[in-house]
Design a protein around this ligand. Structure first.
Ligand code: NAP
Length: 295
């Protein structure tokens, strides 16, 4: 693999080994091993794929997982009852409710019902608020994964100008907060851009580190990046491709082929941020079982 590539797959594999060793040590010490539960409502294919890969990732490090598959017509009340059950199940250390939920269920109501101590997705306002204040918290998986990726790839962040494209609650906003905090692996000067940002290209051209999380396939082109920059591509898109048996290939928010020629380091899609996101969920689940964030 080219030195230019930030190899999220390899870094995630290394972290998984570290987690597996910690889980094995807990079990050797006759402690209960970590247990993650996942709730999925409906049959959205992408969500089914995400939940299955979380299940496989748990198995690969010795974390127990249980999946609750609910029909699309499940009522909000029934889902809230399950959340309450999982909040009180002493065997479950942490759980997630896979998003998006069907339209008749209010996602905010569900997130608010999750006990913050078990909110390993880090979506509850208590965890989001604690993260913002620099207090121990479950961090949302993708921002947590991006921070680990930068740290383990030894990319200097302190004092750098980071431009984040996208301000979603699950990626852009939290990663911009984490990078701008006065903390090891952070201390960046951050500009957060969104759909109302004027002169976007003028801003992206100033980025030492550019994080693209806008959900638009290959939006970031070579003329938008500074030579020698570091580019982190969060986007995931299926692009129809008759040459491939499954009929599509994956692409990101960055025009990888042309941007890669110009920059110093870049994450590929797939194999960049994606594997780190899943591993962050495992890290949060381990932290929940070890009670390192909440006692
Ligand atoms: P999202 O909720 O759709 O948010 C997109 C953000 O991009 C919004 O803040 C939007 O601005 C901004 N935006 C849209 N068009 C823009 C434009 N032309 N110029 C500047 N900003 C623009 O997206 P998300 O959930 O953060 O996800 C972003 C991408 O990452 C998606 O492709 C998603 O599939 C992917 N993703 C990957 C992982 C992973 O593990 N690799 C995890 C999560 C998400 P406004 O706020 O003004 O609307």
């Amino acid at each position: 693999m080219s030195k230019k590539l930030i190899d999220g797959k390899a870094i995630a594999a290394k972290i998984k080994k570290e987690i597996a060793a910690e889980v094995a040590a807990m079990i050797d010490a006759d402690q209960k091993g970590p247990h993650l539960a996942a709730v999925i409502v409906g049959d959205d294919p992408a969500s089914q794929t995400y939940v299955s890969s979380k299940e496989r990732a748990c198995a690969s490090v010795g974390i127990t997982s249980s999946i609750y598959r609910l029909e699309a017509k499940t009522t909000e009340k029934d889902l809230l009852d399950l959340v309450e059950f999982l909040n009180n199940d002493p065997d479950v250390d942490g759980f997630i409710v896979q998003m998006p939920l069907p339209d008749h269920i209010n996602a905010d109501t569900v997130i608010l019902a999750i006990d913050p101590k078990k909110d390993v997705d880090g979506f509850h306002p208590t965890n989001a608020g604690r993260m913002m204040l620099g207090l121990p918290a479950y961090q949302a998986a993708t921002p947590y994964g991006i921070m680990e990726l930068l740290k383990r790839s030894k990319i200097e962040v302190s004092g750098k100008h980071v431009v984040v494209l996208g301000r979603s609650n699950i990626v852009g906003t939290p990663v911009s907060v984490l990078l701008s905090r006065k903390a090891e692996g952070a201390d960046a000067t951050v500009t957060l851009c969104h759909s109302r940002t004027k002169n976007l290209k003028e801003i992206t051209l100033q980025a030492d580190i550019l994080i693209a999380a806008i959900g638009k396939c290959e939006f970031v082109t070579a003329d938008m990046v500074k030579p020698g920059a570091v580019v982190v591509d969060v986007g995931i898109h299926r692009v129809e491709d008759a040459k491939i048996e499954k009929g599509y290939h994956l692409a990101g928010d960055v025009d990888f082929k042309n941007v890669a020629e110009k920059v110093d380091r870049i994450t590929p899609v797939p194999g960049g941020v994606g594997p780190m996101t899943i591993v962050s969920l495992l890290q949060n689940t381990l932290a929940a079982a070890k009670k390192t964030i909440y006692r």
